[in-house]
Design a protein around this ligand. Sequence first.
Ligand code: ZN
Length: 333
Amino acid sequence: MNRRTLLKTSLAAGTFTQLPTRSAWAGNPAISPLVNSDSPNGFKRFSLGDLELTILSDGYMRQSPVHPFLAPLAQPNEVKASLEAAFRSTDSIDIAMNIGVVRSKDRLILLDTGMGVFAGPTQGNLARSLAKAGFKTTDVTDVILSHAHTDHIGGLIDKQNKLVYPNAAVHITKVEYEFWQQATLADFKKSPAYQMQDFVTQTIANTQTVFKLLAPRLNFIDLSKELHGIFTFELAPGHTPGMILTTIRSGSEELMYIADLIHADVLLFDHPEWGFFGDTDLQQAVASRKRVLQQLSESKTKAFAFHLPWPALGHVRQKGTGFEWVPEVYATP
Ligand SMILES: [Zn+2]
């Protein structure tokens, strides 16, 4: 896999997947991605008060080896033992990409947009997933961006640099927008990704390209106000400086979209302090992860996450000195 392909296919799961390691789809037919599989195109639909929520899949990213992509602050043997204890492969981990769609009486809102123009073979399924779930791109009224990493904003533009959702307002925090507009390599000194200088530079350039095309559509989120009578927001800085958590409310029901607070249902719930390679400020991200996991375990609020295993709905429970993910279970797909 050449550097260009590597940059294109790599994550941005917060994203800085191209550690100097073997990529799982780099020519090994035994683990070639299921490009034509129908499976990423399903959807999970449920109601939340008066709202209709649908979870779609943009695909997944396979990361091999697991360490130090996940848990860079842990020792390799700790990661191996933790994966074995969870009956998981110690060779690779698949990181899901789930996208929420919220429908109210008069609005259709996407929560992030997937890899889109930056997609590798196992990614970029959102357009097909949307169609299968009965949505038209022209009907999308709003896109809420949790943050501006490639796997969250790539779906906003197509290969001709046209807007995929021509009628949608795109909401993002001002902190996030301004960070990326002025970002240089020096802003990533507190990130494990700092060593991947070409990758960081490319990520900054990609984000600025998307922002430029989006400019007429951008709206800065007011963190003190509700949006459309449905959403409230709070900052969870660290993964990126302006990443937000989005609470969706209707009647007495609520769900918190935690975006990239945490990238796997193993390792980081037990040990939120082990960190994630793609965190812009590793220690600040650890602090946010611990704080919000604690908050979710106490409030018992249901959560939805971008990168946890499909359909990424569940609760957080305290376990020992850490936490665990308790996924929702369903009797049918
Ligand atoms: Zn991500």
